[in-house]
Ligand binder design. Structure first.
Ligand SMILES: [Zn+2]
Ligand SMILES: [Zn+2]
Length: 422
């Protein structure tokens, strides 16, 4: 069994007071604080280079840390060893008759799997085994490519996270968790990737991310990370909000059109792209402005009503051509009038799939989001779309994928996969 020291756990009765010592007196680097619901503790990591200190404070009276502090006072609590395969490590220990607290791994901080060895077996030391979450490589740089006469630039508007169960609908967690590992609150990392399409005359932006108007409560729920967002991406691509002539919505959910409006200096909500004509689907607009209990949380009026008030909104129907070669195509499913956007030039086709293929992990036909209002419609559209995309070699864009912006759908020996391009 191969294991390396990952961290030393220290039980504290006053997290702030202990951080004052380790951070201010010892000068160590303090990282984020995380609540681990399953163990009823709050954990702060202190980086010491090769390994970390984990300061643990109880969040409930029946927390194991509360009991430890009550019995022995604050101090060293456990030693954590990092292993590659925790199931194999536990099987090995069981075969040697070692007494375990956890027969099976359970979720720990930062998406890791953990299990404890009983201190009676390890000479009075509580030993934690930890298998860290596989790393998702987050990808943010804008990439420029040409499609016939069209120039395409992929952008991104920060990271966020949504419930993994909701993102994969009826697909069981053991099937998706290896591809997009969830955090301790079962949220998987996601991004939003607006796409710029230029033809020498117009600069179109398709969707514009979550934007900057979200309140702190929701920002926490959705784990909003806006250290890098659309303004940075536009600047890196040599563009500014003023350059956009058309802003096109795949649909009107907050994670797609949150960035369509912004607060001006006086606190008024105004169109984010001052020179743009905004385009949305007529029936989608009807749904967004007449929400019901099931979709109200996704349609936030401040993202689209100010566009109508400012007189910059145009409503169009299925199949509308936005600029030559760029068209709406109704997929339905996610919302009854959800649109993918097809881009065609010089015999080549790319498709901005929005929430039809939110990530490259969703290319299997039945991997449909729990958020979808009409999941069977999504399934039927995906089924025919995939055949078409594979046969005609469509370049497919994944708006929410944290690590891949676009690729080609392929099939080999009955297995479907994505050949990554960006
Ligand atoms: Zn949506
Ligand atoms: Zn979405």
């Amino acid at each position: 069994m191969k294991a390396v020291l990952d961290h030393v756990g220290i039980a504290v009765s006053d997290l702030q007071a202990s951080l004052a010592f380790f951070k201010d007196v010892l000068g160590l680097h303090v990282e984020q604080t995380e609540e681990i619901a399953s163990q009823r503790v709050r954990a702060t990591f202190i980086n010491t280079g090769q390994s970390t200190l984990e300061m643990l404070e109880a969040t409930a009276a029946d927390s194991p840390i509360a009991k430890f502090v009550e019995k022995r006072g604050p101090g060293m609590h456990h030693v954590a060893l990092r292993v590659e395969d925790i199931e194999a490590a536990l099987a090995h220990l069981k075969s040697r008759g070692v007494r375990l607290i956890d027969e099976k791994p359970r979720p720990g901080a930062e998406g890791a799997l953990v299990a404890f060895i009983h201190p009676s077996a390890s000479h009075g030391v509580l030993v934690e085994l930890k298998q860290p979450a596989p790393k998702v490589e987050l990808f943010k740089t804008p990439v420029r490519l040409t499609l016939g006469d069209l120039e395409l630039i992929t952008l991104m508007d920060g990271f966020f996270a949504l419930d993994g169960g909701a993102m994969f609908g009826v697909v069981p967690r053991p099937l998706w968790e290896k591809r997009l590992p969830p955090d301790d609150s079962n949220r998987i990392p996601l991004t939003t990737r607006p796409l710029i399409v230029r033809n020498g005359k117009d600069t179109v932006i398709i969707d514009a991310g979550v934007g900057d108007k979200m309140d702190s409560k929701n920002a926490q729920i959705y784990k909003l990370d806006r250290r890098y967002h659309l303004d940075h991406a536009l600047a890196e691509a040599g563009l500014s909000a003023e350059d956009i002539t058309i802003a096109l919505a795949s649909h009107l959910h907050f994670d797609h059109v949150g960035g369509f409006t912004a607060l001006d200096k006086s606190g008024k909500i105004v169109p984010r792209f001052p020179n743009a004509k905004y385009i949305a689907h007529r029936a989608e607009w009807e749904d967004a402005t007449h929400p019901h209990e099931r979709n109200r949380g996704s349609y936030l009026p401040e993202n689209f009503v100010p566009l109508k008030d400012a007189g910059v909104l145009t409503l169009v129907d299925d199949g509308a051509e936005i600029i030559p070669g760029v068209k709406y195509r109704r997929s339905g499913g996610h919302t009854p009038n959800h649109q993918v956007v097809t881009l065609e030039s010089a015999g080549r086709t790319a498709v901005f799939t929005a929430d039809m293929y939110p990530t490259s992990v969703h290319i299997a036909d039945p991997w449909v989001m729990g958020y979808d209002l009409l999941p069977v419609d999504t399934l039927f559209f995906k089924r025919s779309f995939a055949t078409e995309a594979i046969e005609r070699e469509y370049l497919v864009f994944f708006e929410h994928d944290p690590s891949m912006a676009a690729g080609y759908l392929r099939e080999k020996d009955g297995k479907r996969f994505v050949e990554r391009i960006i």
